[in-house]
Design a protein around this ligand. Structure first.
Ligand code: ATP
Ligand code: MG
Length: 391
């Protein structure tokens, strides 16, 4: 008997405390959801999980999916064999490529009924490999290659080599739900990813100024949210018609304060939608100083339009370069790069205020006398798109 398995290790910190069973249940549910459509067995042991009994041609696909599950720390593709010295030798040899290298075999033995101890078993397997690999030398302290053998209690063992990093973080669902302000740019999808990595479930809101922004711009945001579902699970995306509000701002307010007021209204609508949908926080892709609307003063004036919910800005201290790098890693870069106009760029003033005053912003905003009606109308006409992972 010999088969491939995927061994999963979870981040330990959050699994230690009194809430261990809660976190673990979420993590396991998320792993199982991610394995949907793949016929396999999920095995839980004391401190690891194994995915077993699947069609081996699916190993890479399982690895790819597991790397998108927050809360998993690392994984290894391993060989499962019956605990038999000959079978262990053979399985270990498969992890020893035909090149010159230093190596060691590390054995962890849970099965205490065997006639040899871990060190002896490791030495024997090492000797077996040494005979068959000309360029090999044992180095117990700093080997280039370490083959691990994990001998379990019930008559079987796992052999593997190398550890691949997973996405880390906390299982999605353990930190409540956040409303992500999702534009078509590079930043906000990364912000959503970051908060999901801390365990937040994600809802998203997008402001759309049809016909000044195109159907393609809207589709781009739907596609971005779809990519995010690979990490976050289901996302409810609210598309808010924003044209009338933008018209009103354009008509009534000082040009240099247009963006400031637009952002205040956006975040205020987001908060209302958040409260309606059980979200305990707002999430934006803002990064300090990146543009005029993201200076300390601008952020202060925007924040004033929020009544109570915390606003999470996970990218606040990140450089654009780092944000772009993450967007490449998570697969949103190619979509964000598409050139469709966002509502922020419609009616854009030439010189937006860099250090807005809260007083002026409020006074200018108050000039839109029917703002409350406009906001209620926009919310009443929200289009809801429910997205689920594609697997
Ligand atoms: P991004 O790359 O995320 O679009 P940006 O650098 O273009 O960000 P802004 O346009 O100032 O910066 O937007 C700052 C944040 O405001 C965005 O990260 C996003 O959270 C939110 N936002 C901007 N435009 C929209 C929109 N049309 N719909 C929803 N949220 C938006
Ligand atoms: Mg933008």
């Amino acid at each position: 008997m010999k088969s491939k398995v995927v061994l999963l290790r979870y981040g330990e910190i959050f699994l230690k405390g009194r809430n261990k069973s809660y976190f673990e249940k979420l993590l396991i549910d998320n792993i199982k959801a991610k394995l949907s459509g793949i016929d396999c067995e999920f095995v839980r042991t004391q401190n690891r999980y194994y995915i077993e009994n699947y069609d081996e041609s699916l190993t890479d696909e399982i690895v790819r999916r597991m790397k998108q599950v927050f809360g998993l720390h690392s994984l290894s593709v391993a060989t499962k064999v019956k605990t038999d010295y000959d079978l262990l030798n053979e399985a270990a040899l498969e992890y020893a490529p035909d090149v010159n290298t230093t190596f060691r075999v590390t054995v962890n033995r849970a099965d205490k009924s065997l006639d040899k101890n871990s060190a002896q078993i490791g030495a024997d397997i090492g000797a077996y490999i040494l005979k068959r690999r000309a360029g090999y030398k044992v180095d117990l302290h700093r080997p280039q290659l370490e083959i691990k053998v994990d001998i379990r209690e019930k008559g079987f063992s796992y052999v593997f080599c190398g550890i691949e990093e997973c996405a880390q973080g906390m299982p999605v669902g353990c930190s409540g739900k956040g409303m992500l302000l999702l534009s078509g740019g590079f930043d906000s999808p990364v912000a959503g990813y970051r908060m999901a990595r801390r365990g937040m479930q994600i809802c998203a809101v997008h402001y759309h100024s049809f016909p000044y922004t195109s159907e393609q711009a809207k589709q781009k945001v739907i596609d971005l949210a779809q990519v995010l579902t690979a990490y976050t699970g289901d996302i409810k995306l609210f598309i808010v018609p924003f044209t009338q509000i933008q018209f009103a701002i354009h008509e009534k307010c000082r040009a240099d304060y247009m963006i400031t007021i637009m952002r205040r209204i956006m975040i205020n609508i987001a908060e209302r939608l958040a409260e309606k949908n059980g979200c305990g926080a707002l999430i934006t892709g803002e990064s300090l100083g990146q543009v005029a609307s993201q200076t300390l003063q601008s952020l202060t004036v925007t924040n004033d339009a929020v009544n109570g919910l915390p606003v999470f800005r996970p990218l606040i201290g990140m450089d654009k370069y780092e944000i772009i790098k993450t967007s490449e890693q998570i697969g949103t870069y190619k979509l964000s790069e598409l050139p469709y106009q966002d509502c922020c760029t419609v009616f854009l003033p030439k010189n937006p205020v860099i250090k807005p005053s809260l007083d002026i912003a409020k006074k200018e905003q108050a000039k839109i006398e029917d703002l409350e009606t406009l906001i209620e109308d926009a919310i009443a006409n929200v289009e809801t798109v429910e997205l689920s992972p594609m697997e």
